[in-house]
Design a protein around this ligand. Structure first.
Ligand code: FAD
Ligand code: EPU
Length: 356
């Protein structure tokens, strides 16, 4: 093991380090080593060393979509690849953004330069490089609408591969980066294409109150920030990882049955005939708002968010999530699937299996 700490590359390696401030749930977990990686060469060297010593490696952004189940028995590599490059064409802006940039800061950066198109995605926590993994989305826009390409570092070969946006398998909280392109690759950059023929997306929430003829990107930004601040807890004050579960998709038949019993149930028709239900509505209608297990609770203002109210442990959050899932299934015959990624001692675990 000694070699591992003496390999002569510039990084911070510590025998055990707290991740409490590196996961937005603020769970008290540790990792064996923490490495701040600001160059792809360093990422490659770290990967080679972890392979050599058979130590698990976890790439970490801002930890805003993770549930650590226990201490991580390996190396956590924090992505800090930086840089934003903008090219202007006659009808479009093309941005190349390094994956370690902060997403919300990028939204602000573009708006400050008169580049519209990211305003609906304001205040989503995390890094740019994490955004394609679950195809981040909010208020009617998903990353897939603007993603031109994703650049991947292939850890086996050291080469950089560019995946065009339409080959990323983007779906609702889905992409190839969760499956085929997960283990051997690190996302190092993102290409975004933003049209100069800006059209406001005003279909959701308070955005419907804005006038499409006069609204500006900054007004949308302000409205999105206000809505998010009124509904979602600030993870710096109350640990959480945003929506804990995904909104479930059900068949038209299942939807017809449910809506006959619950006429005020929130729902969204999909192009493929399925209907998306609001998991927050389902959880609230099981009267689970405020329900608590140890230090973890269902957030009183948005039932889809589980919060760390008082020094929660990973086990508190798991027990709470298991109870929420079973209660919703009992009442509505729908098994919710976690959106949050579950991380065990050796790496990611299947979240549904953990909760079953
Ligand atoms: P992390 O949690 O650090 O990592 C997530 C996963 O990606 C991990 O498996 C990690 O290993 C992997 N990973 C990270 N970086 C890389 C990389 N460079 N290469 C390969 N793998 C990598 N999401 C939405 O879609 N819409 C929302 O509106 C939204 N609102 C939120 C609100 C709150 C209050 C919170 C806490 C979260 C919210 N989220 C939302 C979820 C979260 O912000 C996104 O999933 C975000 O993209 C995660 O970024 P991160 O850098 O924190 O990723
Ligand atoms: N609702 C309730 N009770 C609740 C919560 C919600 O009845 O406790 C109802 C609302 O009244 C509304 C519907 O459910 O009719 C949807 O609620 P909301 O607009 O708050 O959005 P959501 O479906 O809960 C999704 C995303 C969010 C994203 C918002 C805005 C998922 C899993 N979550 O939440 O993303 O910010 O829409 O677009 O798709 C995240 O992924 O972490 C996240 C926060």
């Amino acid at each position: 093991m000694k070699d591992y700490f003496c390999m002569g590359i510039e990084y911070m390696a510590i025998a055990s380090i707290s991740l409490k401030h590196r996961n937005t749930f603020a769970l008290p977990v540790n990792a064996l080593h923490l490495i701040i990686a600001d160059r792809t060469e360093l990422m490659l060297k770290v990967w080679q060393q972890t392979q050599k010593y058979q130590i698990p490696l976890l790439v970490l952004g801002e930890g805003s979509n993770m549930l650590f189940l226990e201490d991580f028995s390996g190396t956590v590599m924090v992505n800090q690849l930086k840089g934003i490059n903008i090219k202007e064409k006659s009808d479009t802006w093309h941005l190349h953004v390094s994956s370690g940039e902060n997403w919300h800061a990028l939204v602000c950066y573009t708006l400050a330069r008169g580049i519209a198109g990211l305003e609906n995605l304001a205040l989503i926590p995390g890094l740019v490089g994490s955004a394609p993994i679950q195809n981040v989305g909010a208020y009617g826009i998903e990353l897939k609408n603007i993603c031109e390409y994703v650049d991947l570092l292939d850890l086996f070969t050291g080469s950089i591969n560019r995946i065009p946006g339409d080959e990323c398998g983007f779906g609702y909280r889905e992409s190839v980066f969760k499956y085929q392109l997960q283990t051997q690759y690190i996302i190092i950059g993102l290409g975004l294409c933003l049209s100069k023929k800006w059209r406001p997306m005003l279909r959701y929430g308070d955005l419907t109150k804005l006038n499409p003829a006069t609204v500006t990107p900054n007004q949308i930004f302000d409205s999105v920030c206000a809505m998010r601040r009124s509904k979602l807890p600030d993870y710096r004050k109350l640990g959480n990882a945003g929506s804990f579960f995904k909104n479930p998709l059900v068949s038209a038949e299942k939807y017809a049955l449910l809506i006959s019993q619950y006429p005020n149930m929130s729902h969204y028709y999909q192009d493929d005939g399925q209907v998306k239900l609001a998991a927050g509505w389902l959880i609230e209608n099981c009267e689970l708002k405020g329900y608590r297990v140890g230090g973890a609770a269902v957030y009183h203002n948005q039932a889809l968010v589980l919060v760390n109210v008082n020094n929660a442990t990973s086990q508190d959050v798991v027990s709470l999530a298991r109870h929420v899932r079973a209660t919703v299934a009992f009442k509505f015959d729908i098994w919710l699937e976690p959106e949050v990624r579950f991380i065990g001692a050796m790496g990611e675990l299947n979240a549904v299996e953990v909760l079953s």
